[in-house]
Ligand binder design. Structure first.
Ligand code: PMP
Length: 426
């Protein structure tokens, strides 16, 4: 029965019962972490072949004859570009490979706009005010980049189809201080949704007042399916070409959650104009990327089929963890009217919305019982969730047995925080 329909006495009894359950869990002195979306040790084992690949190799030339042990090839190995091209559906000619982090490439795209500007426009550092659109809940590290540069961040609500496109179109139409938007279009961090075809079409057709507006299309979870009914995402690059808006789009991906986070290969795809700008920026910073890492990834993955085969291995480990979380939420809080959550077809997160004003309390209760969650508010710019209701669960890292214990604590904490709130209001 929904908590909201209970009498004060019924709720008081439940509260007493929950407090006893919580104290029992606390006495176990657990030490569990569900805070960040890191692959588990078992997943990392899947890619150990990356580390072996170069040992078996006696020569280090790529298909162009470049020696991967030496400087050069600023934009990366053609064979690795081809793999990314098949992952994100953009021609290899439009792809630049980076080093170990796509977030780093995103930072550099913003940095270049800040210091030198894009498309012949004034560098952002010379303007009084810069604004950036932030679909919420979203990825905290995106927001950290735009906060670092002092941009004003504007929350855009997320729906099951993606961000509120009416709001975006209305905002960018006349305001040329709005310079871009953060997007995780597939298996979004944290809501797990994939942008609908209509949403992608509307993104590709945007006509912002700012001529240097940039869509930061972070396709971090492009091959990270967890079910037999994976989501599909329209190809925004093709649509941008058809609309003549290709200078507006920067697409990002990496092998961080395919091979090794922090030791994978990152990629960026964009228009010729943007590549020209980015080339100058990159070649001033470095003489070239780590091509040996690219080469060993090529030798290990071979091609897109290798990527898909590896992702099946990840799925086998991840899927039971997501199922467990969903099952425990359903069984423990499913019919109480105090929490809602998504059931993603892929990605790394489950996004849980608890009663307004309860997210911080739930995270605190979990912490005091030895379970670390992502900070409440982290999924919003400036760490401020206006409803204090969203919590991001990252089920990947703990082994199943630990996950079960952590979810037990989490479910009791959701109920305790809700009962506390409703009792205070009765
Ligand atoms: N984008 C999103 C949406 C992510 O969730 C993450 C990492 N969890 C990243 C980017 C970071 O990717 P990288 O390791 O390539 O910097």
């Amino acid at each position: 029965m929904a908590y909201a329909n209970l009498s004060r006495e019924e709720l008081s009894d439940i509260f007493a019962d929950l407090t006893a359950q919580y104290d029992e869990l606390k006495a176990k002195k657990l030490s569990l972490n569900m805070a960040r979306g890191k692959p588990s040790a078992a997943q990392l084992e899947l890619a150990l072949g990356v580390l072996e690949a170069l040992k078996a190799r006696s020569e280090f030339a790529n298909s162009n004859g470049d020696d991967c042990r030496n400087y050069g090839v600023w934009d990366g190995l053609p064979e690795m570009k081809k793999i990314f091209s098949d992952m994100i559906g953009v021609p290899a000619s439009q792809i630049i490979l980076g080093n170990n982090s796509s977030l780093n490439m995103m930072f550099e795209v913003i940095s270049r706009g800040y210091s030198h500007g894009y498309n012949g426009c004034t560098p952002w550092c010379k303007l009084d005010k810069i604004k950036f659109l932030c679909p919420v809940p979203g990825y905290d590290r995106h927001f950290a980049v735009t906060e670092y540069y002092g941009f004003e961040m504007i929350n855009i609500p997320m729906y099951p189809t993606g961000p509120d496109m009416d709001m975006i179109e209305a905002l960018i139409k006349d305001d040329d201080s709005i310079k871009g938007i953060w997007c995780v279009p597939k298996y979004s961090n944290p809501t797990g949704i994939t942008y609908s075809d209509e949403t992608v079409r509307r993104f590709a057709a945007l006509r912002p007042a700012a001529k240097d507006f940039k869509i930061m299309w972070d396709n971090a979870y492009c091959v990270h399916d967890l079910t037999d009914t994976p989501d599909t995402l329209l190809n925004i690059y093709d649509l941008c070409l058809a609309n003549g808006t290709e200078d507006q789009i920067f697409i990002f991906a990496s092998t961080s959650k395919i091979s090794f986070p922090g030791a994978g290969v990152a990629a960026l795809a964009t228009s010729d104009n943007n590549i020209k700008d980015f080339k100058k920026h990159t070649l001033t910073q470095t003489i070239g990327p780590d091509k040996l890492n690219q080469l060993r990834h090529v030798l290990f993955l071979h091609d897109i089929n290798g990527v898909h085969a590896l992702m099946k291995g990840h799925r086998a480990i991840l899927e039971p963890k997501f199922k467990l979380c969903e099952l425990m939420l359903e069984e423990n809080v499913g019919d109480l009217g105090i929490a809602e959550w998504n059931k993603p077809n892929g990605g790394y997160f489950i996004s849980v919305d608890v009663l307004d004003g309860c997210a911080k309390r739930v995270v605190q209760l979990c912490k005091e019982a030895g379970v670390i969650l992502t900070d409440a508010g982290a999924t919003y710019p400036y760490g401020k969730d206006p409803h204090d209701s969203n919590i991001r669960l990252a089920p990947s890292f703990p082994p199943l047995s630990e996950l079960e214990q952590a979810m037990e604590v989490f479910c009791v904490a959701i109920k305790l925080a809700a009962a506390e709130k409703l009792l205070a209001e009765k």
